[in-house]
Ligand binder design. Structure first.
Ligand code: ADP
Ligand code: ADP
Length: 225
């Protein structure tokens, strides 16, 4: 069962101008429920563009994005925002946690925005923190945590609303190699068993090889690496 289906995606920036850049050209990608796919490509190849389109943050010129069998193409801005909030979790290279809130609060807030009761949201936040091995950091603010801990919290926040799709753009790119390995393992443990589809951009080929499949961007298409 396909969880994410990208089909016929094309994207050109500055179309019709002399500085036009075609980033995607009839790109296709299917990711099954429970499947973790690594996306490796050099800087500028279009990884962020692909992730933003898959995550409903950007729209393609042509083509379709289906999440959980629902065609997201052509939704109004409002419905796309709702779908993104419910179906997609994002992780970036930098954690983007809210500095004035604790780890637990950072994971609770998106759930409250999604209509979850506070006590349920708090229980889920604590469960997620325990699963990435930092239950004891629940009351810490981001500034009181290490880079690896901050990124673990960012993973928990991304999964707070039990999305169907996890998108990550160099999630361990800011960490030193040893920390990167551990944090990456925590992410894989968190994703395993949830049945979500994950697409993770990384420059780290060793980490990529631990995933179910590795793809790259070549001439605007997604191909096996
Ligand atoms: P990556 O994430 O692999 O580094 P991006 O998707 O960010 O690649 O960018 C792919 C190409 O598209 C690059 O040449 C970049 O300069 C260009 N690009 C990205 N976003 C824009 C934009 N908003 N306007 C114009 N060009 C863009
Ligand atoms: P990353 O380092 O994650 O690949 P980039 O530095 O490529 O990100 O892009 C950061 C942001 O700037 C993105 O939102 C992208 O769409 C935008 N962007 C990238 N290249 C260009 C460009 N040539 N012109 C305008 N915006 C761009």
């Amino acid at each position: 069962d396909v969880m994410l289906r990208l089909d016929g995606l094309s994207k050109t920036y500055n179309s019709g101008k002399t500085n036009a850049v075609t980033v995607l050209q009839d790109a296709k990608l299917d990711i099954k429920a429970g499947e973790m796919v690594a996306l490796v490509a050099p800087s500028g190849a279009g990884k962020s563009t692909l992730l933003h389109i898959a995550g409903l943050l950007d729209t393609p010129d042509t083509g379709t994005v289906e999440i959980g069998g629902v065609n997201m193409t052509g939704l109004s801005d409002r419905r796309r925002t709702i779908a993104r909030r419910q179906d997609v979790g994002f992780v970036y290279q930098f954690h983007h946690l809210l500095p004035e809130f604790t780890a637990e609060e950072n994971i609770v807030l998106p759930q409250l925005a999604n209509g979850i009761a506070k006590s349920d949201a708090e229980a889920r936040a604590r469960d997620l923190l325990a699963r990435v091995g930092i239950a004891d950091r629940a009351s810490h603010r981001p500034s009181a945590m290490s880079g690896g801990e901050q990124q673990r919290v960012a993973f928990c926040r991304a999964l707070a609303n039990a999305p169907r799709l996890l998108l990550a753009d160099e999630p361990t790119g800011n960490l030193d190699p040893g920390t990167s390995d551990q944090v990456f393992a925590a992410l894989m443990d968190l994703v395993r068993g949830t049945g979500l589809a994950a697409l993770i951009a990384t420059h780290n080929l060793e980490l990529a090889a631990r995933m179910d499949r590795v793809v790259k961007l070549d001439g605007g298409q997604v191909v096996a690496a």
